[in-house]
Design a protein. Structure first.
Ligand code: FAD
Length: 382
């Protein structure tokens, strides 16, 4: 029998940061994961000298120097800047929407010209709404048209968004797009954060370092682990508390109903003898008729120069029980349901819920690290 302060369910970034910090504070942790590998969704695997992001492209970016310094303890980051391009038919545009995009779209050069065209198209959209007696955008289409006008919407937003959500844009709520940043400079850097990069050698090494000294069991489901442990009788290990980074509704056996997600299907291909498939790490396909939303060419994250390449097509998918839940759908119904699950959680002593699934929200990696550090600090206080 062993005594542990914490059983950590999930070896993703949240659980691993928690384990690292708790170990530093002298606490004993044991971690488990249902997957056969560490790292949750940031897991990367080397194929032909290329670090393949197994669960979608992961680019680290943050404006928080403390978080940047923190993550740099575990890996050296390169100077990768995310500059995706979008393909619409046989037209290619830079993202995010900036002067390179506008120049290509309208054959113009100056910010004043671009602002003029966007403003005219926004006014057209407002007028069309007024004619229908609509004062505020009532769906995503109206919202996008009133923010950026018809050309950008039709070519770069409409098809992509419909594929992402599996519904027509005029059937989607306006709140999904609160803002659509347009940049009147020739700047293709997708993120506005001060710090950005890719860990040289992939993300898995970060998780391995975070979990150094913490015993881990992979390929085991939480409930099965508990049963198995209980079956050892007096020899069963004892855990002071549980940190659960899986789905909160699953933990409670969906007793209040299911939270909803969007899922993704990844189709990965090794292209031997092709040294450069698309010339960029991230290429978005914005037409409805192309069934995938993006193609990722992994070698470009680390400026690879080898003779082969690996690409992944990303297909958005409906989520059903048993699928990977990638994106929470934070509409009113789901947020309310999550709040009720949180009430249940508050009545459950000795269990903490963390990470993107435990908190039912989309978290970037920097935010996950921040949230794990603050949970550790709360725990140690008291
Ligand atoms: C497609 C995609 C692209 C992304 N791109 C970026 C990006 O570019 N930049 C960025 O900053 N962030 C990005 N993110 C977000 C990033 O993936 C998350 O911030 C991070 O992975 C969350 O870590 P986590 O530990 O909370 O969750 P997870 O990584 O999901 O880890 C949870 C772990 O718990 C395990 N688990 C769950 N339930 C059980 C159970 N019952 N028993 C045992 N084990 C269990 C799971 O197997 C999993 O390994 C992206 C996310 C997605 C979906």
């Amino acid at each position: 029998m062993q005594k542990y302060d914490y059983l950590i369910v999930g070896t993703g970034l949240f659980g691993s940061v928690f384990a690292f910090e708790m170990k530093k504070a002298g606490k004993k942790c044991f971690a488990i994961d249902r997957r056969s590998h560490l790292g949750g969704n940031i897991y990367t695997e080397k194929v032909k000298d290329i670090q393949v992001h197994q669960y979608g492209a992961h680019i680290f970016h943050t404006s928080d120097k403390k978080i940047w310094d923190y993550v740099n303890q575990f890996a050296e980051f390169n100077q990768y800047i995310n500059s995706p391009v979008a393909i619409y038919g046989d037209e290619l545009y830079n993202l995010p929407f900036n002067m390179n995009t506008f120049s290509k779209m309208w054959g113009i050069r100056t910010p004043a010209e671009a602002k003029g065209i966007i403003e005219t198209q926004r006014m057209d959209a407002k007028r069309a709404m007024e004619e229908r007696n609509v004062s505020e955008p009532g769906n995503l289409e109206e919202q996008a048209l009133s923010l950026v006008g018809r050309d950008i919407y039709e070519k770069l937003i409409k098809g992509y968004t419909q594929k992402q959500w599996g519904r027509e844009c005029d059937q989607l709520p306006a709140f999904i797009i609160k803002r659509l940043p347009v940049r009147f400079t020739y700047d293709n850097n997708y993120f506005t954060d001060r710090y950005q990069g890719i860990p040289i050698g992939g993300y898995t090494q970060i998780i391995e370092k975070l979990l150094e000294g913490t015993p881990v069991r992979l390929g085991v489901e939480y409930r099965d682990f508990l049963k198995e442990n209980a079956s050892k009788g007096e020899d069963a290990d004892v855990f002071g508390k549980v940190l659960y980074t899986g789905m909160i509704d699953e933990y409670f056996d969906y007793c209040l109903g299911e939270l909803q997600y969007r899922s993704l299907r990844f189709e990965t291909e090794l292209l031997e003898g092709c040294d450069n498939y698309q010339g960029n790490a991230v290429v978005n396909y914005t037409e409805q008729k192309v069934p995938y939303t993006r193609i990722i060419e992994h070698k470009h994250f680390e400026f690879g120069t080898g003779p082969d390449t690996v690409i992944t097509r990303e297909y958005p998918a409906e989520w059903k029980k048993g699928d990977e839940p990638y994106y929470p759908i934070n509409d009113e119904r789901n947020n309310e349901l999550f709040r009720r699950y949180q009430e249940l959680a508050a009545g459950e002593p000795g269990i903490l819920f963390g990470g993107r699934l435990g908190q039912y929200r989309y978290y970037d990696m920097d935010k996950v690290i921040g949230a794990a550090l603050s949970m550790v600090s709360d725990e140690l206080k008291g």
